[in-house]
Design a protein around this ligand. Sequence first.
Ligand SMILES: Nc1ncnc2c1ncn2[C@@H]1O[C@H](COP(=O)(O)OS(=O)(=O)O)[C@@H](OP(=O)(O)O)[C@H]1O
Length: 279
Amino acid sequence: MNTQDVSNDLTVIHSNGMEKRLPKCIIIGVRKCGTRALLEFLNIHPSVQKASDEVHFFDEDSKYGLGLEWYRNQMPYSSPEEVTIEKSPAYFITESVPQRIYTMNASTKLIIIVRDPVTRLISDYAQLAANKAKKDRRMASFEDLILLNGGKINTSYKAVRISIYAIFYSRWTQVFPKSQVHVVDGDRLVYDPFPEVQKVEQFLGLSHRISRENFSYNSTKGFFCVRLNGTSDKCLNESKGRRHPQIDPQVIQTLRRFYASHNRLFYRLVGKDFGWPEF
Ligand SMILES: Nc1ncnc2c1ncn2[C@@H]1O[C@H](COP(=O)(O)OS(=O)(=O)O)[C@@H](OP(=O)(O)O)[C@H]1O
């Protein structure tokens, strides 16, 4: 059994060098783009340690006020060579967060995962509707929320704005060099996760230890799940991979036209064309 040296109320250092450490990498968003799947996939790597829950340290002032030692204490034990990762998708859109993370550690590596903005918006709606349904409340229709009376897109609706990735991405690259920000294609992560995960291993400076065999397509779930030691599959829970509501194709077209110019700007900023449909 490990002996423990309780050096203060919060930090426990094990004799084998295991310690709770601040994250070297943070998945900062985007909400409903596959942040949980990405974290679970990266956690296959023997040198990755993940914080199990979303910590929300940098976006919630009451938590931020508790200080860095509190934050460190939310992290898993790790050795100095390992990479601790946490994910909190609200970081991406919260204005104060880039500077707060930079102040903690200017060399923190950041990962953003994005997917087709229209699919993300529908996924966000499906989640909000599911949360309301749990409280026996009904959600307004998708169309009523995202369209104004004249048929224009309601840009003050938060879920619509979150899908304008370029606005938020620019805030991050005003604080962090682009070399420290890696963007994952969340649509590809769904249908072929291995190459996307390999790119992240490289970005994190890790040896390639995750293999194609670690992903197995589960036809009941309809998604790839994690396979370890060639045995049983670990899939994400039922809140990931929800059935999406049917949306009028005309509304989808209006949304695609709305996002097209924002998407092109995002492609230019990132230096990569994600090929999201424009009509
Ligand atoms: N392998 C695998 N299994 C299940 N789900 C997967 C997977 N890969 C990506 N996704 C997509 O992840 C979407 C949820 O995204 P997030 O985890 O970022 O959601 S959250 O913001 O943390 O609530 C979720 O969105 P919905 O399909 O709308 O539920 C999935 O499409």
